[in-house]
Write a protein that binds this ligand. Structure first.
Ligand code: PMP
Length: 390
């Protein structure tokens, strides 16, 4: 290495062209950049090939000499992208007939308002499992009676309430299937006497879902589907048109269905990323394989949290999320929180700081996170413990 640097210095003095090549070699071969494992909660990690395909499409879509960003959403090139993305989401989640898939702007927060606008006639039931459920409840209250059937706020949203009654006359029961901030998850579709509506922003495509139990499944795309700027909804068509109120067109699921997600200009580039990602999920073995990987990855991290005397999980075991793994320093070690974030970051484990409202750590492990990432994080935790305890 030192010899190469000396030769390089010499060539630079001579003003030689090979200097450039040597520099390139130094950057790429002798000093490869550290591999990064991205544990961001969202926008978050996407499969590398999905990022590369998107980057290529930004520069030149399909050899057209035009960027995908420069193409009309009504062009002959974009239409097949939207059609295939819609079909693939249906195929991967085994969506029954009578449901339509939408790709819209606005984020999951827009659906907090669209859901009651479209489905709440007089009364809706909501399960409160965290910040996002609380926000959804706040919006629904603008439209009618909201029954909060249960809440886990009493224990800092560290569990999913199980024993609660749903009023039989509620128009729907709203749940947040994965609580991105508190790291809890309903890993199975709950039973309910009334149709379900779910915010699946942070666990869509991570497991099979019985869509027939739901009137609507929605979410932001920026975790398991694409980059931010896009939201999705899977809507049961026969459940629409019963809310008994006028709905502004832009917030009307029926209008978006009638226009095939083209009532207004949809986020075209994120829809292309979503398509590449949906193809990737299918190639990898679909949502059954995604669920297997999620469980395997999460076990590596949770097992280390259990074993390691410095760390503690925050969620009760049975409700721990496979997507967002929340943990804190064990009592007595609190001052080591910031040092561990730096320690991990120096080893390529980035963005494990917990949400600003809860602190601690959060390792988000969405579909794109390889098992290796979970192992590297667990190894960091072991090494940190060794250093502290020596
Ligand atoms: N619901 C859940 C479960 C989320 O994790 C988030 C964002 N992290 C939201 C809703 C809000 O999403 P958006 O920012 O797309 O409105």
């Amino acid at each position: 290495m030192i010899i190469v640097l000396r030769i390089n210095e010499f060539l630079l003095r001579l003003g030689c062209i090979p200097y450039i090549f040597l520099n390139f070699a130094l950057d790429n071969e002798f000093c490869p950049p550290m591999k990064k494992y991205n544990f961001n909660a969202g926008p978050s990690m996407l499969p590398r090939e999905v990022v590369e395909k998107t980057a290529q499409a930004v520069l030149d879509y399909d050899g057209m000499g035009l960027s995908l960003m420069e193409l009309s959403h009504r062009s002959a090139e974009f239409k097949p992208i939207l059609d295939e993305a819609r079909l693939l989401l249906k195929e991967l989640l085994d969506v029954p007939a009578g449901y339509e898939v939408l790709f819209l702007g606005g984020g999951a927060s827009m659906h907090f308002c669209m859901v009651p606008f479209n489905f709440l006639r007089s009364k809706a039931a909501y399960l409160n499992t965290g910040t996002w459920s609380t926000k959804a409840i706040k919006e629904a209250r603008l439209f009618g009676e909201v029954v909060e059937v249960a809440s886990s706020a009493d224990k800092a949203f560290s569990y999913i309430p199980k024993d609660f009654e749903v009023p039989a006359d509620a128009d729907y029961l709203h749940v947040t299937s994965n609580n991105t901030i508190y790291g809890t998850q309903m890993r199975h579709d709950p039973d309910s006497p009334v149709p379900l509506v779910a915010d699946m922003s942070s666990d869509i495509l991570s497991r099979p879902v019985d869509v027939s139990k739901y009137n609507c499944i929605y979410g932001g795309a920026q975790k398991n589907l694409a980059q931010s700027g896009l939201s999705f909804a899977i809507v049961k068509e026969s459940a629409l048109g019963r809310a008994g109120r006028a709905i502004p067109s832009i917030l009307d699921y029926g209008v978006h269905i009638a226009n095939g997600s083209m009532f207004n200009t949809p986020p075209t580039l994120p829809i292309y990323t979503a398509l590449c990602n949906l193809r990737w999920v299918r190639e990898q073995g679909g949502v059954v394989e995604m669920a297997r990987r999620a469980e395997e990855r999460a076990a590596v991290v949770y097992d280390e949290i259990e074993r390691n005397s410095l760390f503690m999980a925050t969620a009760v075991e049975e409700d721990r999320s496979y997507m967002n793994i929340d943990f804190v320093m064990a009592p007595g070690y609190e001052e080591l929180e910031a040092p561990f974030v730096s320690f991990a970051s120096e080893r390529g484990v980035v963005a494990i700081k917990g949400h600003r409202s809860v602190g601690g750590f959060r390792a988000s492990c969405y579909n794109a996170m390889p098992l290796e990432g979970a192992k590297v994080l667990a190894a960091c935790m072991r090494e940190f413990e060794k250093n502290v305890k020596k």
